[in-house]
Design a protein around this ligand. Structure first.
Ligand code: ZN
Length: 120
């Protein structure tokens, strides 16, 4: 009884803290962290739970004007591009490593072949 009363007190406190990991909606589902990607609120973090109810709250105030919104969008697009490029480079690196291993193996086979041929 004491335990559940403590829990509900803690929950009441946590529900006031928007950044709390333990933030829950009214039907007691955990509210996840997300980042908005709309034109109106680019990069603005929010908490939400959309399975049972439409619990939703912004974590930060809105960006002050069009200039900041456009700048934020630009940064997001550039960040996405940079992530994509990084992934592509990592895949190229994997292919290059594989090619290097194959070349070493082929070189080894060639050396063995040359040794065998020279024995005769
Ligand atoms: Zn809910």
């Amino acid at each position: 009884m004491v335990q559940s009363s403590n829990q509900s007190l803690y929950r009441a406190w946590a529900s006031r803290n928007r950044w709390s990991e333990d933030l829950r909606c009214d039907c007691d589902e955990p509210a996840t962290f997300s980042i908005s990607r709309t034109d109106e609120n680019p990069g603005r973090p929010f908490r939400g739970q959309f399975k049972k109810c439409d619990f939703f709250m912004w974590l930060d105030p809105p960006l002050p004007n069009k200039h900041y919104k456009e700048t934020m969008w630009k940064l997001y697009v550039e960040l996405d591009q940079a992530k994509e490029n990084k992934e592509m480079h990592m895949q190229m690196l994997k292919v290059l490593k594989l090619m290097l291993v194959m070349m070493v193996v082929m070189l080894g086979m060639l050396i063995v072949l040359l040794v065998v041929v020279n024995k005769d």
